[in-house]
Design a protein around this ligand. Sequence first.
Ligand SMILES: Nc1nc2c(ncn2[C@@H]2O[C@H](COP(=O)(O)OP(=O)(O)OP(=O)(O)O)[C@@H](O)[C@H]2O)c(=O)[nH]1
Ligand SMILES: [Mg+2]
Ligand SMILES: [Zn+2]
Length: 354
Amino acid sequence: MSDLKSIGYSDWFKSRVDDEQIAHHGVARIVSVHKDSYTVSNGGKEIFAELSGNLLYCIESTCDLPTTGDWVYADFFDDDTHAVIYGLFPRKTLLKRKAAGKLIDFQLIAANIDVAFIIQSLNDNFNLRRLERYLVMVNESGIEPIVLLSKCDLMPKEDVDEIKRNVLAIAPQTIVMEFSNLSRENIDSIVSSLKAGFSYCLLGSSGVGKTTLLNSIIGNDKYETQSVSKIQNKGRHTTTSRQLVRLESGAMIIDTPGMRELGSLSVDDGLDETFSEIAELSQRCKFSNCSHTNEKGCAILAAIKAGSLSEQRYKNYQKMKKESQFNQMSYLEKRNKDKNFGKLIKSTMKNKKR
Ligand SMILES: Nc1nc2c(ncn2[C@@H]2O[C@H](COP(=O)(O)OP(=O)(O)OP(=O)(O)O)[C@@H](O)[C@H]2O)c(=O)[nH]1
Ligand SMILES: [Mg+2]
Ligand SMILES: [Zn+2]
């Protein structure tokens, strides 16, 4: 018999079972996502799976598609070598980001993750602003973040401590730990923090050592890693797909490909790509700090007047720029803004009562 509990099936999911689905189908968890198919686990073995025609028909957005870590209703065929997926369980958490270049569509990263390890390497990748973006993404998903600073073998301890203080200043409640895959510093602490039945994921830029950490944790070099210079030369990530790996301890880990940009915060890249002519025009304004509203010698206003730039397009650009600037606000700025907004609502309510 398959053991769903061994791959993370808990009361949370059990209590949310759809009676109609469970009367007809079994339960499985998505281990990895391929172009037109999936690998699922029933707790016993990993099985090739496809979506049922009916489920495909009902898909309205990316969020309706299964992603790594999802629990699904499935039928198993041919001695459990083939499965068909009929539906999704509600998700406890969902990690997603805006798809690169597109403005509306999401890319799902993983579902039902309990803890996300946000990894930055101390030597060349450390960046507080980027870390904040990861924290926003993880916190927004209701997942517990843990910050891991990798490659501490490459930095003197005093410098590591200073960086840790800086991280704690922006994320006071968060566990922050340095580690090294080379010297194995803190690897045992990381391993012992992993709890059976819990799902973890490794997040961070390409080359910070996510896959090497996974190998350190399992104790062999099963998964492919690559030197940072090679990653930069090739311009591509070493890890290219997300896979749910079950550890001997009973914890589950998803290694992810390094992310070039993030979450709802990815708009800016797409903006400058999509509206390249506006960026170019703005370089030709007379004043370098031109707000493109009423200045003399504004290249954008001139282009709109001449009809070479559509006013609608420019408005759209402005709107998205604003949205993107909000999304790029630091975690603290956002939180304070939310607080102020809360206060505003409260005081408005009070005034109304009067
Ligand atoms: N000095 C040092 N190098 C490390 C450490 N951990 C990993 N590396 C090296 O960093 C390089 C990149 O490691 P990977 O594990 O492939 O990085 P990744 O985060 O999985 O990268 P992607 O799969 O592209 O997202 C490899 O050459 C590793 O040997 C460490 O603790 N110290
Ligand atoms: Mg990797
Ligand atoms: Zn201008």
